[in-house]
Design a binder for this molecule. Structure first.
Ligand code: NAP
Length: 278
């Protein structure tokens, strides 16, 4: 989903010229939106995830738009694999200036029936993955005089969110890691911040809005449900777009963010403030 605002050029062109940005989960959804914006602004973007079938078409699209882009196969849960993969990027390109920890694996499940595997899997992808990638990129940034890490969080843990015990726990952990790494690594010139998006209708989110499987198929029902939700629950009365989130990532990664570290920026049209208790 794009909005009319998505077309407006907000940042000066070539803002990230000569820089390398690594985006986990950069082949789909919000991560791809971040990759598109950073590539438009001159960065060489490396999009990293497990699945080449996500990455290949994304790379083609980024390059067709004139971007410098490459892919990296990596599972953020595997700390040794992450170290080797991220080191290979630095060896090839000489630097990594920006890391966006965006990869996640969230799904709805009642806590009483959540398997240990489901719990572990989300904690490992969202929280451990963010930590492992940050740890792997740290010496590269430090030896290069600094860098910027932006973690993608959420707002659902501010009040609690039914069926999302694993993801809310993981994202609360990401907020804690953001603040702690900001304190530990500021002396190396590494700024660590987070962006907390409200609802952005990526494929994963659309599934959550889908009609039950036995309902009469209606191709517009998901869109209607989302519009209805936005009217009722979002003060700015629309769902977010990947560009809304990407704009905040670019801001934090740019010199405009030079005195910002350990911050968690909510980008949600005011949704979480308005939400009543369940
Ligand atoms: P998405 O399209 O489902 O993207 C998730 C990405 O993570 C995929 O590209 C996936 O690629 C990658 N990934 C999953 N497991 C991985 C692993 N073990 N190692 C490496 N990569 C892995 O999700 P999205 O909706 O764009 O969300 C992006 C981020 O925004 C997430 O952190 C999410 O929690 C956050 N967020 C989203 C919303 C929203 O409304 N969409 C709201 C709040 C926060 P592979 O399958 O190829 O590995």
């Amino acid at each position: 989903m794009t909005t009319p605002h998505d077309q407006l050029p907000v940042f000066r062109s070539r803002l990230f010229d000569g820089q390398v940005a690594l985006i986990t989960g950069g082949g789909t959804g919000i991560g791809f939106g971040i990759a598109q914006l950073l590539a438009e602004l001159g960065a060489t973007v490396i999009i990293a995830s497990r699945n080449q079938t996500h990455l290949e078409p994304a790379i083609e699209q980024l390059r067709a738009a004139g971007g410098k882009a490459d892919s990296l196969i990596l599972d953020v849960r595997d700390s040794d694999g992450v170290k080797a993969a991220i080191r290979s990027v630095a060896d090839r390109l000489g630097r990594i200036d920006v890391l966006v920890n965006n990869a996640a694996g969230n799904f709805y499940v009642p806590s009483e029936s959540m398997s240990a595997n489901a719990w572990r899997s989300v904690i490992e992808i969202d929280l451990s993955g963010t930590f492992f990638c940050s740890q792997a990129v740290m010496p590269i940034m430090r030896d290069h005089g600094g860098g910027r890490i932006v973690n993608i969080s959420m707002t659902l843990h501010y009040r609690g969110w039914p069926l999302m015990a694993h993801a809310t726990a993981a994202k609360a952990g990401i907020d804690a890691v953001t603040r702690t790494l900001a304190l530990e690594w500021a002396r190396h010139g590494i700024r660590v911040n987070a962006v907390a998006p409200g609802p952005v209708p990526t494929e994963g989110v659309k599934k959550a809005f889908s009609a039950p499987p036995d309902a009469v198929p209606d191709v517009f029902s998901v869109e209607r449900a989302m519009e209805d939700y936005a009217r009722r629950s979002i003060p700015l009365a629309r769902m977010g777009s990947p560009r809304d989130i990407a704009n905040m990532v670019a801001f934090l990664a740019s010199p405009a963010g030079d005195w910002i570290t350990g911050s968690i920026m909510v980008v949600d049209g005011g949704e979480w403030l308005q939400k009543g208790p369940h």
